[in-house]
Design a binder for this molecule. Structure first.
Ligand code: SF4
Length: 192
């Protein structure tokens, strides 16, 4: 007999709530034992094709930030991945569209309570920050990330690790100097 979480994952995988210009492929990577939840934006094309979250250059940079190798990152007892949109939303002029609005309100209120062992939630990008922090999110992603000390220790706002944000990372050296050491400390503590 499957668990409530397994049943919900099966429901999500069968979801066709959005009209998409391509095949639906919800990517939800969860296990009730996971200690860290990564709340990102939505799968890109490569992840849409592989079905494996963060299996792309952004994922490589994220793993560097977390100081986790692929084996630790993809061990579902460690990490759960539930983006704000589970399906690839498509792209316009080479840029991925935002996560589908329908997805988070439809699934997160049912999914998050089943991830009972999560000790740390990483809010990767403005969509996840606005959803999880609500009114506490600042006007811009940069301001929210910079205010990381103002939020509870079990949430950490991060920029998206996409190459598109390389210029932002260069302009904001405090992120590598101040945020990454604390992020690594919290990740290590959550997985201990
Ligand atoms: S993006 Fe979310 S709501 Fe839309 S079809 Fe995929 S799983 Fe369903």
């Amino acid at each position: 007999m499957s668990s409530p979480l397994q049943q919900l994952v099966a429901e999500i995988e069968a979801c066709r709530a959005c009209a998409l210009p391509h095949q639906h492929r919800p990517v939800v990577w969860v296990d009730a034992r996971a200690r860290i939840l990564i709340a990102g934006q939505a799968p890109g094309r490569r992840v849409h094709e592989s079905g494996v979250p963060w299996d792309d250059p952004s994922g490589d940079r994220l793993r560097t930030w977390l100081m986790l190798d692929r084996a630790a990152f993809y061990d579902k007892r460690n990490i759960a991945v539930a983006a704000m949109g589970f399906c690839y939303p498509g792209a316009v002029n080479g840029a991925d569209l935002p996560p589908r609005r329908e997805c988070a309100p439809l699934w997160r209120p049912r999914l998050l309570p089943l991830l009972k062992n999560v000790r740390l939630t990483l809010l990767v990008g403005a969509y996840a920050q606005r959803y999880h922090l609500g009114a506490a999110a600042k006007q811009t992603l940069g301001e929210t990330v910079r205010a990381w000390r103002d939020y509870p220790a079990h949430v950490m706002p991060l920029p998206h690790p996409s190459w598109r944000n390389s210029a932002w990372l260069k302009r904001n050296p405090w992120f590598e100097a101040d945020v990454l050491p604390e992020l690594r400390r919290r990740v290590s503590s959550a997985l201990r």
